[in-house]
Ligand binder design. Structure first.
Ligand code: SAM
Length: 374
């Protein structure tokens, strides 16, 4: 059973009074960059088609002063599908027996980045399951090797929950950014979606540790996960305002038939776009990816996200052979492609939707430059 946005009327129209109230709340959010809990809830409970268009236009306009129509590209390397965690929605969690496991070694990861560098990318995102093989020492060597080979790049890690000391060592070795979606800001929903040995509080502590250390931090959440309701989504908006991350990854939950949550509905395009747009209004300067999950859900999902405020895309530069093994959800796009094909495809898509690619490192707009980033 899936309770996401139960009152959305996809083909319906609200009364003029309700629409007027929603649009005035959207105006207030655009101006004040925040709303009260009950005001967010009013929007989510009552929004209909004509209001979504209003919201989407406002969100698109909100990114223009900071990012215009530029889209930053980050080369994504999926370094391992081994994972010790128990996210019940994820197709690479430790319980899944149906996929062969792989991990890339240092030289293979560097080779992917070499290809990415040749294609013009200047940010590399190293993402993987929580794989204990990657000790601090191993990652420190990798980071130092990459940073000494290329002095004009940024490295983003997305390797899950680690200790403060570990994050600090990796930062000192050259990591610039860290993506760790909070997944949901609702404790009830977090506990429903994760194994009992996982901790809602620890995930949040990791995010505040990353911020304190000096990383550009990415949080984020899934839309449409089983039992998620509008109140849970309001919690996400409130939490993001409080954390104020430099990046926010938002994608639809995509049901994987080998997971414990099999048989549930996936999130939808409209619902996900509504949340992308609201986050753009709450955090106008944040970096907001048009996620691969949106592109998997709908062939124009990522392009639609650009139209509602997203400004980042992450073309895959993993070896073609390993791509289909990184099956966090099924039917993931681009698994049969090479990095060169992905580069061309993404550029064409971005341009077709009136945007242009930006191959600079694409730091968060207000980041204080320190020695490390110069
Ligand atoms: N292990 C790292 C972590 O925990 O942050 C990074 C890898 S994890 C697979 C990356 C993201 O994939 C998660 O944060 C989650 O939101 C997303 N994800 C996993 N399974 C998904 C699914 N079935 N549908 C949509 N997104 C999913």
């Amino acid at each position: 059973m899936n309770y996401i946005l139960p009152k959305i009327k996809r083909n319906g129209f609200n009364s003029e009074e309700v629409s007027a109230k929603i649009q005035s709340l959207i105006d207030k959010l655009t101006r004040d960059l925040e709303l009260k809990k009950e005001e967010y809830l009013y929007i989510l409970d009552n929004i209909s088609n004509n209001d979504t268009e209003y919201l989407f236009n406002k969100a698109y306009e909100a990114k223009l002063p900071y990012y215009q129509n530029r889209v930053y590209l980050r080369g994504l390397v999926e370094i391992s599908n081994y994972c010790k965690m128990g996210c019940k929605y994820c197709g690479i969690n430790y319980k899944i027996k149906t996929i062969p496991r792989y991990r890339l070694l240092k030289d293979e990861i560097i080779k992917c980045c070499d290809t990415g560098y040749t294609l013009g990318y200047r940010t590399f995102v190293l993402q993987g399951g929580e794989d204990s093989f990657y000790s601090d020492e191993y990652l420190e060597e990798l980071l130092k090797a990459l940073k000494s080979k290329y002095n004009d790049i940024r490295i983003t890690l997305s390797l899950g929950e680690r200790s403060y000391e570990s994050y600090k060592k990796l930062y000192d070795a050259g990591a610039d950014r860290y993506l760790l979606r909070h997944e949901t800001a609702s404790r009830r929903l977090y506990e429903h979606l994760h194994a009992s040995f996982m901790s809602f509080d620890n995930r949040r502590e990791c995010l505040s540790n990353l911020k304190e250390i000096g990383y550009q931090v990415g949080a984020g959440f899934m839309v449409g996960s089983p039992t998620q309701n509008n109140k849970d989504l309001v919690e996400d908006l409130l939490y993001l305002k409080e954390l104020s991350p430099h990046m926010v990854g938002i994608g639809p939950y995509l049901c994987h038939s080998d997971t414990e949550l099999k048989g549930n509905l996936s999130g939808t395009l409209t619902e996900t776009l509504i949340m992308v747009a609201l986050v753009r209004l709450v955090l106008p300067k944040t970096l907001l990816p048009a996620t691969t999950a949106l592109g998997t859900l709908d062939k124009l999902g990522r392009e639609n996200a650009l139209k509602v405020g997203a400004n980042v895309m992450m073309p895959n530069i993993s070896p073609t052979e390993s791509r289909e093994l990184y099956e966090i959800y099924q039917d993931k796009i681009c698994t049969g492609d090479t990095s060169i094909v992905c580069r061309g495809c993404i550029e064409t898509r971005i341009k077709a939707f009136g945007h242009s690619i930006d191959l600079s490192v694409g730091d968060f707009i207000d980041i204080e430059r320190n020695e490390k980033n110069d």
